[in-house]
Design a binder for this molecule. Structure first.
Ligand code: URA
Length: 203
């Protein structure tokens, strides 16, 4: 698999690509973030999850989905019978975008230009891993994967062909489950049901 990367990076290994991404200046987000948070997981993973961007804790730790959203994600994966260690987990945008407020850093949504710039790295991860199913966690990931703005509600619950021919599923972002006020339990169960359907598809 390691030889399948397209374009300038054809033939490079995951380690080499990740090392390059650590010095990425394709958009301005590197200027304020602590580090690039690259994806991680086995390169033979059948499921590849794509989040939005690292949060405050991920930026400090250097690993995706280790903060509050990561805890919801872990819990839902466990309830769906998916072993996270057998999946590849990454983000559409690999630097933390935030607005400083006092000592806190408040999450700021990546824009279309940042998503497009960082697609370069996501596409290479997809080419290396070649998962049976790629999962967009939320609208930013879906936008990156499909190359256009899409509606989660319209795509949720079944597989869709990606422009490059792979199969993608779209579901909510775990942080939505932290924010939602009504029927949080039901929304969580719906997320777990999506994960179970995805696991069955990737078997
Ligand atoms: N939210 C994301 O989309 N990705 C992370 O890695 C953490 C929080």
């Amino acid at each position: 698999k390691a030889a399948a990367v397209v374009g300038d990076n054809a033939g490079k290994t995951w380690d080499a690509i990740r090392a390059e991404a650590m010095h990425c200046t394709r958009c301005d987000l590197y200027k304020h973030a602590t580090r690039t948070v690259f994806g991680e997981g086995p390169l033979d993973a059948e499921i590849l999850f794509v989040g939005e961007q690292p949060g405050d804790q991920e930026d400090l730790a250097g690993h995706p989905f280790v903060g509050p959203a990561g805890q919801v994600f872990d819990s839902a994966l466990a309830d769906a019978g998916i072993d996270r260690r057998r999946t590849y987990v990454t983000n559409a945008v690999k630097h933390f975008k935030f607005v400083p407020r006092g000592k806190r850093r408040i999450h700021d949504k990546p824009d279309g230009g940042e998503i497009a710039a960082c697609r370069w790295w996501l596409q290479q991860e997809l080419t290396l891993v070649k998962p049976a199913v790629t999962v967009a966690l939320g609208a930013t990931a879906a936008r990156s994967l499909f190359g256009k703005v899409v509606t989660i509600g319209a795509l949720r619950g079944s597989g869709h062909r990606l422009p490059d021919g792979g199969e993608a599923w779209v579901t909510v972002h775990p942080s939505f489950l932290l924010r939602v006020r009504d029927d949080r339990e039901a929304e969580y169960e719906r997320f777990v049901a999506d994960l179970k359907a995805i696991a069955a598809r990737a078997e």
